[in-house]
Design a protein around this ligand. Structure first.
Ligand code: GTP
Ligand code: MG
Length: 201
């Protein structure tokens, strides 16, 4: 049936991206509202209660660590997520290149595999394009004096599943709550027709 926000019981946000871009720091900065100098490889899964989220929906935030998790665990988390935040570091061009050479193709391939091999309708992937909403997150904006948004807008032209992009800093907390809000919004109010063909039930 028609998708509406009120049917969504929770929003599950997964952060992926190259090692060292600041995924764990972003999550811990959001939770503690201060920058953690020392972070573990992977943050525990956290649940933000509905009443403190802008969209009033309980929100699970899930970290990924290539040290602690293998490819199968990553694929399972991609399939469980409602939105994937691909994080890069704005001062690290390699991490930006890897959005198109690695992460976007990986999310697409994981979603289409699960659609092919799993007919129980349990996948959160979009049926028409075999993917799910993406938010591109440029972290460490405190380190540079320019913007990477031009490169990111070029990527967005080629990948319609990218709902939004944001530059932020786990260190200064700049745009941290906005980043998680954009991720919620990508699920609850997608702007591209990701869900139109999909029967959520
Ligand atoms: P893996 O767990 O190895 O995949 O890395 P990660 O993406 O979780 O990165 P992590 O949060 O461990 O941060 C990596 C390094 O970047 C740490 O030394 C952080 O302190 C630093 N860092 C994270 N966010 C920021 C930021 O916004 N600004 C600056 N200047 N440094 C940051
Ligand atoms: Mg980490």
């Amino acid at each position: 049936g028609q998708y509406t926000a009120s049917q969504r019981k929770n929003v599950r946000i997964l952060l992926v991206g190259d090692a060292g871009v600041g995924k764990t720091s972003l999550i811990l900065s959001l939770v503690s509202e201060e920058y953690p100098e020392e972070v573990p490889p992977r943050a525990e899964e956290i649940t933000i209660p509905a009443n403190v989220t802008p969209e009033q929906v309980p929100t699970n935030i899930v970290d990924f660590s290539s040290v602690e998790q293998n490819d199968d665990a990553l694929a399972a988390e991609i399939n469980k997520a409602h939105v994937v935040c691909i994080v890069y570091a704005v001062d690290d061009d390699d991490s930006l290149d890897r959005i198109t050479t690695h992460w976007l193709p990986l999310v697409r391939a994981t979603c289409s595999n699960s659609n092919n091999s799993n007919s129980n309708g349990n996948s959160n992937c979009n049926v028409s394009s075999s993917t799910k909403p993406i938010v591109l997150v440029g972290n460490k904006i405190d380190l540079i004096e320019y913007s990477t948004i031009d490169s990111v807008l070029a990527i967005m032209e080629d990948y319609p599943e990218i709902e939004s992009c944001v530059e932020c800093s786990a260190k200064t907390l700049h745009n941290i709550s906005e980043m998680f809000y954009y991720a919620q919004k990508a699920v609850l109010h997608p702007t591209s027709p990701l869900y139109i063909m999909e029967d959520q039930d």
